[in-house]
Design a protein around this ligand. Sequence first.
Ligand code: AMP
Length: 452
Amino acid sequence: MSIQETNPDLTFADFGFAEPITRAITEQGYIKPTPIQAQSMPHVLQGSDVMGAAQTGTGKTAAFVLPILQNILPFASNSASPARHPIRALVLTPTRELADQVADNAFKYAKFTDIRTAVVFGGVDMAPQTAQLRSGVELLIATPGRLLDHITQKTANLSQVQFLILDEADRMLDMGFLPDLQRIISLIPAQRQTLLFSATFSPEIKKLAQSYLRNPVTVEVARNNAAADTVRQIVHMVPSERKKDAVVKVLNARIQQGLSRQAIVFTNSRIGCSKLASALERSGIKAGAIHGDKSQIERMQILDAFKKGVVDVLVATDVAARGLDIADMPCVINHELPFNAEDYVHRIGRTGRAGAQGDAIALVDSSEEKLLLDIEKLMNRKLTRMPVPDPAGGPAADPFFYMPYQAKAAKDAKDTVSATDSPALSEVPPKNAGIKSAPRPVGALLGGFKKK
Ligand code: AMP
């Protein structure tokens, strides 16, 4: 295994993508490959197994979908016969949201080819998925449980899969999907190319890779467990009974400073999540809750409302932490610290994406000091403690809130360190580079939500 260097001058043209794929890349407005793309795509195109350490927001979806499309393009067919459209590439993701997100991008990247793409995940009616699978699909994105349902019903056949992608593999293990993964992989031909992406390379992930990857090339664009440098992390020490008020104060202080109203607030429990959303509503803040007790339809509705700006604040449990591609989310608030320090890194990975600046604010009470120390140890940095802002005290009460949220200028993006050290799209000028005013329209803040 080796960690590859990135040539900073690489462009998409260097990869020799076929015209329909190049057209899709151009349509997306991608100018340069991101570090994870520049490092992993040559190996994927050459047929090597790849083990990629990349945080969400680094462009990792395109890093595997684009070369896989290129690799299966010779098999693409415009025949109507399902037999001509077997599943050739399978992407497994831990959550429904991530599956939906990956599929959303895959549809865009494949739209000018004859390659058929579909997504299957639980919590929604199986019938439309069954119909789609029966008519033939080359690139399938799935969560493990629902895929196994389709396999049992014989609507999904993996005997012709040549490409297997395990996305957010660490999360799949955390969520107890190992037996499902083992069962699914046992149905896929051994002669295949396997790619594994994970935010961290824990010993368990290394073991998984040893079992299922062959001489993988390791690519890594972020230090393990590092948060993006563009995220400003602040800790407010707040007794637990005052946390709800603190969230309201933080949000109102931001609005007072002309910052975006948008934020994701993380809570640890489903009940706490719903309660906090209701409490924010009562305080005049348009909020919605997204957690595991909500049906898939409800989750999609709330995401849609967030996307359209009907709600400004999404209160979420970790179920929402992974799958959501929210480009340029200005602010993440941790109402409680997660029990697992790595989850903190994932949570705050919702902000500071694509080189933009973001604020990650944690409300910490005395019972959580140990969790805070764990996080600081994991990230190898001390977080700044500050008093809760007081909107009534005016801007002078908290100089932190003077700083308007702004897309990181293209100039700054160039100043980044080497790709191996730099997390998240740091070499790619953000779409609105140079625009300093806030707030920005909701549509500009939300990158990858499924367009209905
Ligand atoms: P991901 O890490 O796959 O969730 O991607 C994060 C965001 O980066 C998505 O909104 C992509 O559309 C965007 N993206 C991916 N590749 C590029 C690129 N080369 N240039 C600019 N944006 C990109």
